[in-house]
Structure formats: C-alpha cells, structure tokens
Design a protein around this ligand. Structure first.
Ligand SMILES: C[S@@+](CC[C@H](N)C(=O)[O-])C[C@H]1O[C@@H](n2cnc3c(N)ncnc32)[C@H](O)[C@@H]1O
Length: 390
C-alpha cells in the first residue's frame, strides 16, 4: 500500500508559524491530516460508484449531465457531485477532459479501510473524524436522491454520540481549530478582561478550549461575562450542563441565538461585547454580510471578532472536510456574493479579507497565515481570523 507522505515538515513550518502555535502543528498532526485526506478521497471513489456517477461519466460529461443521468436531485446533488468530480480528477483517478467535462474509465480500487488501520496505528484519537466521514459516505446515495436530507440523516439521534466524539478537544483533527481560535481570542481580549459572545457554541468544545486557555494565560478571572449561544436547543442544554462543571465560578450564561437573525432577538445589546467568538460557525451564515453587520453592532468600539475557521487555501480547490458538510443545505447553499462568496462552504484568506474589510472591520489577521503557507503545505486548512471593529 502506498500512503501519502506529509508534504510539510515542522522545520519548514517553523519559518512561517509563530512559535506559540507551532507545537499544535507537529509532525504527528500533519501526518494525520494527510491520512484522513486520503481516506476521504478513497471514500469518494465508493460514493462515485454507489450514486451511479461512475456509470454516468463513461463519456465526457458535465456535472449537471452526470447528476441528471444518475437520477440525482440537482438542487441537492450539484455541489457535492462537483466536489467529487473535481477531487477525483485532481487525484488523477478520473480524467478532466476540459474545463467542464469529466470522464471515468478505469477507476482505481483503493480500500479506505487501509487508512483506518494506518490512522489507528499512528494516532487513534483522530478516528472520530473517520467515523463521521464514513457516516456521510453511507448517506450520500439517499441524500443525493432526495430520499432524506443531510440534516436528518447525519443528525439523527443515534448519531449524536459520533458527533460528540468528533467535535471534541480529544480529537486532534478537530481540536486544532479550537486551539488556534483560543490563542487568537485570548490575544484579542482587553487586558482588563471583557465580555465574550460565543456564536454557534455547539456542544461546547470551543468554549472549553478558550476557558482553559484563559486559565493558563491568566485572563480568565477578569472575564466580565461569557455569553455562550447556540441555535440547536439540545446542544445548548448539553453545553449548559457540562461547561459550568468544567469551569466552576465562571460568569457563564447560555442563550439561544440564530446568527441569521438580529442578535437583539437573543437580548444582545449593541456595543456590549469585547470579543465575538465563533468556531466553525460563521461560514454557514445564510447571508454573511448580514451576520457580519450583526456582529459589528454587538461589538464595543474597537472590539474584535475572532473566528476559528477551516480555510480554503485556493479558490478552485475542494477541501476534504467538504465531503461531509456538502450534505447539509445550510453549508452548501448560502447567499452568494461573486466578489467574496462565490460558493458555499469555506472561504479563502482573500475572501475573508474582502468580506470583513467590506463590512466595517479592520486590522484583519489570519493565524497561521494560510496564504503564506499554502504553496508549501496546501493541506493546511485551519486558522483563526481576527478582525477589529473599524
Ligand atoms: C461545526 S459546529 C461547531 C460547534 C462549536 N463551535 C465547537 O467547536 O464545538 C457548528 C455549530 O454552529 C451551529 N449553527 C449552525 N447554524 C447556526 C445558526 N444559524 N445560528 C447559530 N448557530 C448555528 C450548529 O448547531 C453547531 O453547533
């Protein structure tokens, strides 16, 4: 079996990463990133067959034609199928005939389970990401045919445990975004503490990482308030149960908030927050401009927005995590803005800059600097974005 090799080394990264975050991106982590990417790509071969796309692409075929021939629902399947065709073509597993046409002939038989075994041997704590990717692969045919929705399939009650293990600081492949986000948020907090508003706090792993970071960096005791918010009531209930126990004595409060609605509905006063914080959430905003406007209104003068985000290194290149989240309508189909949101899902560094600078933010920093890293290490996908209210 030929497995991918890490294309970057920590030594190379040391030239571009601040020392503070270098240890998070160690060789062990980088190797896991390479393994999981290969795993997802191999799952995509199976989905390509199971959805009928392989059969639909025996002649040069556009994405739309393939979707139609395979009997999939265009409104659901176009984005995920485009991802699959572009990914398999980028790997050389199918042919990209021209800008819009793909052809499949001899698709390689590559077993995803080899990667599970390799990851198990290398670092089993990353396996929750594999389980979520496998879950997505299982549901691709039924979701793309319109038999169920991605939301209903992936978030069925019996899968909550799998998500808990995935969105966890014990899963290095997910925890990295919390780590860089917490470092950036801690830097952004005023020296005398302040009020944090967390958006889409989910099951609480981002808050857990930030509160732990504030403990070690010494700012924790001076927090005036930590307002944890989330749209899914069950997640909010769980976070309410687990977080106060985890950080007893903190000024934590728990509120339902929809980032697609005015924050006033959740009782957020204009100018009341020192830091608005969101880990892996703001990219799902239906109308990103409207959400950025709400965030800006919530911030104090010169307050900061800090986002832990998966970043798309190159505008036209699919990212492996999208294999999972392309099944969700909220992820793949937001309001598009050609200049800085030409597609759903993740944004590039340049698109984040344009979105933030265009909506009343300044001093925009991306840590680590994905734009500087991407030629050396194109699989580097996670960063914290900090932007101050102009
Ligand atoms: C990828 S999870 C991240 C959860 C959490 N930040 C963490 O890192 O553990 C995204 C979260 O955003 C929430 N979310 C999705 N749409 C939302 C919306 N419109 N308003 C608020 N939260 C939303 C989801 O319910 C989910 O908890």
């Amino acid at each position: 079996m030929t497995l991918p090799r890490s294309s970057g080394t920590q030594r190379a990264l040391a030239e571009v990463l601040p020392a503070e975050i270098l240890s998070a991106f160690d060789d062990r982590f980088i190797r896991s990133c390479d393994l999981v990417e290969e795993y997802v790509h191999r799952l995509a071969i199976g989905v390509f067959r199971d959805t009928g796309l392989a059969q639909a692409c025996t002649q040069p075929t556009t994405v739309d034609e393939a979707v139609q021939r395979a009997g999939l629902v265009p409104a659901i399947a176009s984005v995920p199928c485009s991802w699959i065709l572009r990914t398999l073509a980028a790997r050389g597993w199918i042919e990209r005939v021209d800008d819009t046409h793909y052809r499949a002939s001899a698709i390689p038989a590559l077993d995803p389970e080899e990667l599970v075994a390799a990851q198990e041997a290398h670092d089993p704590s990353c396996l929750p990401t594999y389980r979520i990717a496998a879950l997505a692969a299982e549901y691709y045919p039924s979701v793309l045919r319109g038999d169920t929705t991605g939301e209903d399939a992936l978030f069925a009650p019996d899968h909550i445990g799998t998500w808990l293990e995935y969105f966890s600081n014990a899963n290095p492949l997910y925890a990295i975004v919390n780590t860089v986000g917490a470092i950036a948020a801690e830097h952004a907090l005023p020296a005398d503490g302040g009020t944090v508003l967390e958006l889409g706090g989910g099951l609480g792993s981002g808050a857990e990482a930030l509160l732990a970071r504030l403990d070690t960096a010494g700012n924790g005791k001076s927090l005036a308030a930590y307002r944890f918010t989330e749209i899914v009531p069950a997640f909010l209930r769980r976070a309410r149960k687990s977080l106060p126990e985890f950080r007893a004595g903190r000024p934590l409060s728990f509120t339902w908030l929809d980032i697609d609605a005015p924050f006033a509905k959740a009782g957020i006063e204009p100018g009341s927050c020192s830091v608005v914080y969101g880990v892996n959430v703001v990219h799902v905003a239906k109308d990103l401009a409207a959400t950025l406007a709400e965030i800006r209104t919530a911030l104090q003068d010169r307050g900061a927005l800090v986002l832990g985000e998966c970043i798309r290194p190159f505008a036209d290149r699919p990212v492996y995590v999208e294999f999972i989240f392309n099944l969700l309508a909220s992820f793949r189909a937001p309001l598009l803005v050609p200049a800085w949101r030409p597609n759903g899902g993740f944004l590039t560094p340049e698109q984040w800059h344009a979105a933030l600078a265009g909506h009343g933010f300044e001093r925009i920093e991306i840590l680590p600097d994905i734009a500087a890293l991407r030629d050396t290490y194109p699989s580097f996908l996670v960063a914290a974005i900090t932007a101050h209210r102009a």
